[in-house]
Design a protein around this ligand. Sequence first.
Ligand code: ZN
Length: 229
Amino acid sequence: MIRIRPQISRNNRQPNTGSAPGVGRYIATNAPQEPGGDPISTLNALEQWRVQDETHQQQSVSWPLEKFPLKVAIEPHPDGDSSGITSKGIFAVLRQWEAAYPGVIRFQLADTPAQCKSADILIRWSRQTTLGRDYEVGHTNRAVRGKRITGAEITLIVSPVIDRHIGPAQQQQRLFATILHEMGHALGLEHSESREDVMYYRGWQRGYLSNGDIQRMKTLYSTGQCFNG
Ligand SMILES: [Zn+2]
């Protein structure tokens, strides 16, 4: 099949649509920029991938503590039951972040239409990757006001390219890692330099949080607060 290589996007930031200063949207994309071609170069591309435009995005943003528990709406998988992926299954993976900082990081699964409408975090599916990032597994779009996150939308890619090169067990681990990684972004974490971490910039491999991930989340949500974490 002939595939036209799309233009590589160097900057994923969306146009600033808000009128007030400090209001904007920012996408953290979990994908390599350089496409491979065969399985080996695909894996190499994933290994070498790095989101350049995130390195200067280290200003820490976080949800106000009073917003917890955050309401999470999860769109049903487009392939339905045959996918074997349920909203409850995804929510169960997210609970790792709750366990990372008990009593502070809390989620509530939005399961009525009214709750979904007012959800803080939406997890949705797409068959389409971000332009120029053929190997994307997911991305997160945060809405921020100043240093506060006001909403987040996580997009998970249905059957990303990497899944063609790994077995079913690895595919599930890859999905869990993607969910954890993107939720880390939705909560305000940026990429880590340590390969042990779910928030490592090639964060599609680990299906469970490292001590580093946990510590960084605790630091993010204890800074400037009236208690010690
Ligand atoms: Zn990422």
